[in-house]
Design a protein around this ligand. Sequence first.
Ligand code: CU
Length: 92
Amino acid sequence: MKKYLTFLSLEGLQWYLIQHGDNTMYELQVEGMTCGGCANSVTRSVRAVDSNAKVDVDLKAKKVRIDTSVALEKVTSAIADAGYPVVASATM
Ligand SMILES: [Cu+2]
């Protein structure tokens, strides 16, 4: 990516940073999700702290993948507050 940035104008760089920000992908192990309603609750709780977050729930694997600009602790406490304990997390 670095080599492309060299050719960008300052405006181009600002645009790039706005589009791609400092988003991080987290993969969380979440307990207590049993149905689509739970998946929606978890998704909503994450969107409450980052309305632009991408949230992908895998009910079978009990995994939630989140692409967000918000800190991991904020996301995990939002999910926990919604009633779903986060038992493990990894930064991708
Ligand atoms: Cu449910």
